[in-house]
Design a binder for this molecule. Structure first.
Ligand code: FES
Ligand SMILES: [Fe+2]
Length: 389
């Protein structure tokens, strides 16, 4: 994020703190609870979001050098992402052209060639089929016709995008859209990949996203955890087409700079803020002083009430050597034990069909945005604005 924008955000947070105000959506919205439970809506979401929409599957540092790869089935389709010997990023269906076996085991590593574990057909990391075992006995093939099936993919500003279905090449400028420059300034490629976890939860995948969508709940649900570090009921609000950004203020840091009467131009932006992005349709992207967390939410088990959150952590480049402990126990104490704990109870009540609507308040503008862009993309009726009384 560029300096001028940082100044504007810090100023907004400072003012909000002084006046006890926060971003205001100007209206309240009704959210139909069956959006979290309806199998027909889930089927539509799976088709539109998880098959036909480019998804951010990682950062450039997930493929840190030439001839590296990541194999993942998280979208519901087996995907192999590679960086070839020239540094070029590509994505393929991780499916052997012989009998359909998964070629590369799920995980990450280095490899210029991949040999299928069933009959050892071998592919280059460019997707080219380079060897058919006993081809003289199998039958002669034109290898050019039997490479791994390439998926639309693109790398932009340190992020990796893949569409899970075959289609037209992606236009990289349409992926991060107006956030492309800002992401470049975060220096994502310099944040090394550290660790990854999958959180399985009995909640709809959108409830997993919702939990990151406001800090109205910090002083209640997180009063003994996150609220000791982050100021509740205070956020910025910026829309970037279908994406979104909100910034929270760190408690200790803000107290220090304010007590020192430090001019705002000298405030250390990264040290003072928690930056939360929603990247359409399913990513929560968090930048804080310790690094970057990428959380990719997916429906699971074809059940509206089940989801998987794929979480990867990339430490700040200056801290990569000093941070040695896993980030996940501390993170999960808040996100799993508190946020997803609450979301599980919301899901259970939604499934009981006892209350048709929830509400998004004026002070929860990110939730207005996510649910509107999701609904628009699916062709759902517009959410109802609650008339002011
Ligand atoms: S299925 Fe891959 S080599 Fe036979
Ligand atoms: Fe929370």
């Amino acid at each position: 994020m560029q300096g001028q924008e940082q100044q504007r955000i810090l100023q907004t947070l400072k003012q909000g703190l002084e006046t006890q105000t926060s971003a205001d959506a100007g209206e309240m919205l009704q959210v139909p609870m069956d959006g979290y439970t309806d199998p027909a809506q889930l089927a539509l979401e799976q088709a539109v979001f998880f098959k036909q929409t480019p998804l951010m599957l990682g950062l450039s540092s997930d493929l840190p050098g030439i001839n590296t790869y990541v194999a993942t089935n998280e979208t519901g389709v087996p995907i192999l992402m590679t960086r070839d010997a020239s540094g070029c990023f590509r994505a393929f269906l991780n499916v052997c052209r012989h009998r359909g076996m998964q070629v590369v085991a799920t995980g990450r590593g280095e490899g210029r060639q991949f040999s299928c574990p069933f009959h050892a057909w071998t592919y280059q990391n460019t997707g080219d089929l380079i060897a058919v075992t006993h081809e003289d006995k199998f039958g002669s093939l034109d290898h050019r016709d039997f490479g791994l099936t390439e998926l639309p993919s693109a790398e932009i500003s340190g992020t990796l995008w893949v569409q899970s279905s075959v289609g037209e090449p992606l236009d990289p400028s349409g992926l991060l859209g107006p956030l492309a420059d800002e992401f470049l300034h975060w220096g994502l490629a310099q944040h090394p990949f550290r660790e990854t976890q999958v959180i399985e939860a009995d909640i709809n995948w959108k409830l997993a996203i919702d939990t990151f969508g406001e800090n109205y709940h910090f002083n209640v649900l997180h009063r003994t955890s996150l609220a000791t570090d982050i100021i509740g009921n205070l956020q910025t609000h910026d829309i970037f087409d279908r994406h979104y950004r909100m910034v929270f203020a760190g408690k200790a840091g803000f107290e220090q700079v304010l007590a020192a009467a430090m001019p705002i131009e000298n405030w250390p932006y990264r040290q003072l803020t928690l930056n939360i992005y929603f990247l359409f349709p399913n990513v929560i992207f968090v930048v804080d002083p310790a690094g970057i967390d990428v959380l990719r939410m997916y429906p699971a088990d074809n059940a509206p009430g089940r989801s998987r959150t794929h979480h990867s952590y990339y430490p700040h480049p200056d801290l990569a050597d000093t941070i040695t402990e896993s980030r996940f126990p501390g993170f999960n104490k808040v996100i799993v034990d508190e946020d997803y704990w609450a979301a599980t109870r919301i899901q259970r009540n939604a499934e009981a069909s006892v209350q048709p609507y929830g509400l998004f308040g004026r002070n929860e503008p990110a939730l207005h945005h996510y649910h509107r862009v999701h609904g628009d993309a699916l062709g759902l009726p517009a959410l109802t604005v609650l008339p002011p009384n």
